[in-house]
Ligand binder design. Structure first.
Ligand SMILES: Nc1nc2c(c(=O)[nH]1)N[C@H]1C(S)=C(S)[C@@H](COP(=O)(O)O)O[C@H]1N2
Ligand SMILES: [Mo]
Length: 419
């Protein structure tokens, strides 16, 4: 262990010195890549990989898809979609009291009574109430985000208030179209307090119909899906058909029956995008990655390189005392991507000012990119690890061996340095 510690302390000192030198000697002009974006100029060696970085927002068609159903609802032919209400012209939403734990409501919205809310009525409500906000979509069970978007819709509370709730309302649950087969139902839920109020500076929970300025596509849940800003993807139910107001006092999410922790908002963590495959000995190592700013926010990304097999002290399994060094969290990009019309942030997007500039950076519940240029190493096999520091200065992900509480790790990637 002491061997490893010595080596690492040395590499740490080297890393710090290296960064200082870089900062001092690199001219601004040599450091600008096309979409490069740091408050301070980044070393020119990073330019080629910064140019290849993914766009900040994800085009709706480029999102990874997590969809259940046999057949998956978005694969139904258009005629069938029309028949079952999965087009904007044919969609409608029932808003009802839970038959098993009924909330007392002044009014319900049902297909039977011809009072279900149709798409035109939702969009009409949107003229007055619509909100839009950036959010990263991440599956609780998967290691990497599915996509980063600006989601737009009507706050769910606007729909809840339409029912004139009187009493016995503690939970709101909702589900989407699943081939009219109860076994295929995919359901999520929220405490009513979260629907009615946006505590902790969160955007509202919405009945969403636009992503990145365009109508939702069938894959993303058209015509209407729920989007819950602070939660993993399973709370954001697609092909929404039913909003159920319940006096149940606990979660009844489908994910809860699959051993997932359904009261666990999104975590902060980092991962790499580019690590040199076969780096040259003693040549600087350009590295990029992304970070997800979860509920606890993001203040830093840190990296640490150690020789493979050197090990780390068994009493510090989360490497809290390792010689981490700060990477650069990239500033807002020059172009946003994601197929945003005119590459502009839609007007009145939460978290952005009137000129479409982010009010704070990095943004919470969103993605960021980062880069680091590490000093060259002798030939050998190495492990690069990355982690984040949240806004309160806590290293993240916190020790969290429970994958079913939201998958996130201190990522470790091995790479070779050759003579
Ligand atoms: N109706 C329905 N909604 C759903 C799902 C589903 O299978 N059916 N999958 C959920 C899960 S687990 C995730 S992670 C997100 C993924 O959103 P995306 O496919 O738009 O990326 O959708 C959620 N909404
Ligand atoms: Mo998921």
């Amino acid at each position: 262990m002491s061997d490893a510690r010595d080596y690492l302390a040395e590499h740490d000192a080297l890393t710090r010195r290296f960064f200082l030198q870089r900062g001092a000697t690199l001219a601004v002009g040599s450091a600008v890549a096309t979409n490069a974006r740091a408050a301070d100029p980044l070393p020119a060696e990073l330019a080629p990989i910064l140019e290849k970085l993914e766009s900040y927002f994800t085009a709706p068609s480029k999102f990874e898809d997590v969809s259940r159903g046999r057949p998956i609802p978005h694969t139904l032919p258009l005629d069938k979609k029309k028949e079952v209400g999965l087009t904007r012209e044919t969609w409608s939403l029932e808003i009802i009291a839970d038959p098993e734990n009924p909330a007392k409501l002044g009014k319900q919205f049902t297909k039977k009574d011809n009072t279900a809310l149709d798409f035109a009525a939702l969009v009409k409500l949107g003229e007055k109430h619509a909100v839009r906000f950036p959010k990263i979509m991440t599956c609780l069970n998967l290691g990497c985000p599915l996509g980063m978007g600006i989601w737009e819709g009507v706050p769910l509370r606007t729909l809840v208030w339409l029912t004139q709730p009187k009493e016995n309302l503690r939970r709101v649950f909702y589900y989407g179209y699943h081939n009219d087969d109860p076994k295929q139902q995919f359901r999520s839920s929220l405490p009513v307090g979260r629907v009615l109020e946006d505590y902790d500076d969160l955007p509202p929970v919405i009945a969403c119909y636009k992503l990145n300025g365009a109508w939702l596509t069938p894959e993303r849940g058209a015509p209407v899906r729920i989007v819950v800003p602070e939660h993993y993807g399973y709370k954001s139910v697609k092909w929404l058909t039913h909003l159920v107001l319940s006096n149940l006092y606990h979660a009844n999410d489908t994910y809860g029956t699959q051993n997932n922790d359904v009261d666990s908002p999104m975590k902060t963590f980092a991962a790499t995008l580019h690590v040199p495959a076969n780096a040259k000995a003693n040549a600087p190592l350009p590295i990029t990655g992304y970070a997800q700013a979860g509920i606890s926010g993001l203040s830093k990304v840190q990296v640490w390189v150690a020789p493979v097999g050197k090990g780390w002290s068994a009493d510090d399994p989360y490497f809290t005392t390792a010689p981490w060094s700060d990477a650069t969290v990239l500033a807002p990009p020059k172009t946003w991507g994601g197929d945003l019309p005119n590459d502009a942030i839609p007007k009145d997007t939460i978290g952005f000012d009137a000129a479409g500039k982010p009010k704070a950076w990095p943004m919470r519940l969103a993605k960021s990119h980062w880069a680091a240029l590490l000093p060259g190493l002798p030939a050998g096999e190495y492990t690069l690890r990355c982690r984040t520091i949240d806004v309160k200065g806590q290293a993240q992900p916190m020790p969290r061996p429970f994958k079913k509480s939201g998958r996130c790790d201190i990522e470790a990637v091995n790479f070779s340095v050759i003579a």
